[in-house]
Write a protein that binds this ligand. Structure first.
Ligand SMILES: C[C@@](CO)(OP(=O)(O)O)[C@H](O)COP(=O)(O)OP(=O)(O)OC[C@H]1O[C@@H](n2ccc(N)nc2=O)[C@H](O)[C@@H]1O
Ligand SMILES: Nc1ncnc2c1ncn2[C@@H]1O[C@H](COP(=O)(O)OP(=O)(O)O)[C@@H](O)[C@H]1O
Length: 317
């Protein structure tokens, strides 16, 4: 085999409850992840010459990795050792026990720095693709462990579906879901830095002086998911990072308000933002809502999607 292609979904956080800041700088979370049908694709291949569009070769030990990126906001994605897909391939190469060389071709549809975990998705896809290309056949548990070392959101991109993440968000348990949900995502110009949004959340909390509660899974949200009840889910959606994201990007207030005015069942910032997520009643309602958001001129672009969908999976090779 000379090439393997993996498709990997974006996520939206249905509940993002943020506990106190830990000594290591992270926050303990209850993070209810939901994988949606907005996908990046990563093809891992044995390089022949210099692949078109590739960044500089990143060499570590006996592994050599290059990456190229095309698609939505590709210019904002690093092409060196900072690329999360490259870091994933290098981490996996340590398990190969022989010299390996790989080119990663990333096709992005997930907005960059958008709060939809696109970088984490590409890392997960690179793990699955290189595992297959190099014939390692690590079990899922090992891939999840390597993923957790790369970033808090990487294990979920492997896991997919709907799941609750505790700890940093990396310890996952599946959540039962009784139906399909329809979403509109309003994409923003530019991104927001995840550490900056957590930092702003800490600052806002310190300014109130109130103790920060230990995060707990929301029972109404879990019941809504189990029943496949979109109306109840819309009411239960919650994101503790939203006030911080709105402080850093006040224009998102208008985006959220426009979605609510046009009948969204629920509206919230996706993770650390700035993408805004709107829950719709049906695919037709999602299409109408997306058109209304574009007419209101409150976002760069809209995408409709459904969830839950599976995590990173091989589509060719
Ligand atoms: C906020 C969330 C919600 O799912 O994702 P995004 O919306 O950015 O995609 C995640 O918590 C982001 O996860 P991820 O982007 O993987 O973060 P990491 O690389 O592990 O950490 C980046 C930085 O975010 C902060 N961080 C992350 C996770 C966590 N539980 N507490 C934190 O305080 C820390 O400042 C850390 O240095
Ligand atoms: N493969 C990748 N795709 C997107 N961003 C990447 C990737 N690798 C590294 N990054 C860096 O990670 C940052 C966060 O990107 P991303 O994961 O898309 O956002 P978020 O953390 O908001 O979900 C980007 O600003 C970019 O510099």
């Amino acid at each position: 085999m000379t090439a393997v292609t993996v498709r990997v979904p974006a996520k939206v956080n249905l509940q993002l409850s943020v506990g106190p800041r830990r000594d290591d700088g992270y926050h303990d979370l209850v993070n209810v992840f939901h994988a949606v049908s907005l996908f990046d694709e990563v093809t891992a291949s044995v390089p022949v010459g210099v692949p078109p569009g590739a960044g500089p070769a990143v060499v570590s030990g006996t592994a050599t990795v290059t990456v190229s990126v095309e698609g939505d906001s590709a210019g904002q994605v690093p092409l060196d050792g900072d690329n999360l897909a490259v870091r994933a391939a290098l981490a996996l190469a340590e398990r190969a026990g022989r010299p390996v060389a790989v080119h990663l071709a990333v096709r992005k549809a997930i907005p960059v720095a958008g709060g939809m975990a696109g970088g984490s998705a590409d890392a997960a896809a690179a793990l699955v693709a290189c595992d297959e290309l190099w014939g390692l056949r690590l079990d899922r548990r090992e891939l999840l462990d390597i993923g957790a070392g790369l970033g808090s959101d990487v294990p979920f991109a492997l896991f997919g579906g709907t799941a609750v993440g505790t700890g940093r968000g990396e310890r996952l348990a599946p959540v039962p879901v009784g139906g399909e949900f329809h979403w509109v995502f309003a994409l923003a110009d530019g991104g927001l830095s995840t550490p900056a949004v957590y930092g702003e959340c800490d600052r806002l909390r310190e300014s109130t002086g109130e103790p920060v509660a230990w995060p707990r899974a929301d029972e109404a949200l879990m019941a809504a998911l189990a029943a496949g009840d979109a109306k109840a889910l819309g009411v239960a959606l919650v994101n503790d990072l939203q006030p911080a994201a709105l402080m850093l990007r006040p224009s998102l207030e208008r985006t959220l308000a426009a979605g609510r005015e046009h009948g969204a069942l629920g509206a919230l910032v996706s993770g650390s933002g700035p993408t805004c997520a709107f829950l719709a009643e049906s695919p037709a309602h999602a299409a109408d809502l997306a058109a209304a958001l574009r007419d209101a001129d409150v976002c760069r672009a809209t995408v409709t999607a459904h969830g839950p969908v599976p995590g990173a999976e091989i589509v060719a090779g």
